[in-house]
Design a binder for this molecule. Structure first.
Ligand code: ROI
Length: 193
C-alpha cells in the first residue's frame, strides 16, 4: 500500500496539511502547487539504504512537500551492462518549483548524496533521481524531457508509480495502471514496505 509520507515527527507530515493558521508556510503560500513524481534507483553501496536516504532527503526540498512514497522494489537491471540488481522506488511531491527548478534541486540532491557520473553509460550508480512528471507539463528541451521518456517501457518505474498513483494521467501517454498493463513486470519484486 502507498504510504502517506507523514510519519509523525518527520517534517513533511505536519507540513502536508495546512498549518493551524490556514497557511502552508510562507514558501508555499505564494503560488500554485503542482503534483510532481520522482523515480529513485540505486545499485551500489547498500542500494536499499541509498534509496531510503534519498527519499528522506526529498522531505527537505525547498517550496515542496513530500506526500507519497512507494515501497522499495528490487529490479533486474535494464540495459546492456551486467551489474547488480537495483533498488527502485517512487515519490510524489506537491511543489511550487517549476520543472527546471525542481530538476536543479534533484541534481544537487544527487551530488550531496554522493552520486558520481557512472563510469560506463548504462552502468551501475549509487543514486539516481529522475523527474518523471510535473503536472501537465510537456517539454522537450536539452536535459529536460517531460514526461520522462523512459516511463512507458520501464517496469521498475511503473510498478512503484502504480503503487502510489495508479490513476495518474501521464501527459500524452495515459494512465499509469494502463501503462503498467503493457509491460513485463516479472523482474520487479517488492522488498520492503
Ligand atoms: N535498471 C533498473 N532495474 N533500475 C534502474 O533504476 C536502472 N537505472 C538505469 C539503467 C542502467 C538504465 N538500468 C536500470 O539507469
Amino acid at each position: 500500500m502507498p504510504r502517506r509520507a507523514d510519519a509523525p515527527g518527520r517534517g513533511a507530515g505536519a507540513a502536508a496539511l495546512p498549518q493551524p493558521d490556514g497557511h502552508w508556510g510562507r514558501d508555499l503560500d505564494a503560488g500554485w502547487l503542482n503534483p510532481a513524481y520522482v523515480a529513485l534507483g540505486s545499485n551500489l553501496e547498500d542500494p536499499r539504504a541509498q534509496v531510503e536516504r534519498a527519499i528522506d532527503a526529498l522531505e527537505g526540498l525547498p517550496d515542496s512537500r513530500l506526500v507519497l512514497r512507494s515501497s522499495l522494489y528490487r529490479s533486474r537491471p535494464l540495459g546492456p551492462v551486467e551489474q547488480p540488481d537495483f533498488v527502485n522506488a517512487t515519490a510524489g511531491l506537491l511543489t511550487a518549483l517549476s520543472p527546471a527548478e525542481l530538476l536543479v534541486e534533484l541534481q544537487s540532491l544527487e551530488s550531496r548524496l554522493g552520486r558520481e557520473r557512472p563510469a560506463v553509460r548504462w552502468g551501475p550508480r549509487r543514486i539516481d533521481l529522475d523527474l518523471l512528471v510535473h503536472g501537465a507539463e510537456r517539454r522537450d528541451e536539452p536535459g529536460l524531457t517531460l514526461p520522462h521518456p523512459g516511463i512507458a517501457d520501464r517496469a521498475f518505474v511503473l510498478v512503484p508509480l502504480a503503487e502510489i498513483a495508479p490513476d495518474l494521467l501521464v501527459p500524452a501517454l495515459g494512465r499509469v495502471r494502463a501503462l503498467l498493463a503493457l509491460v513485463d513486470d516479472s523482474g520487479v519484486e517488492r522488498i520492503a514496505p
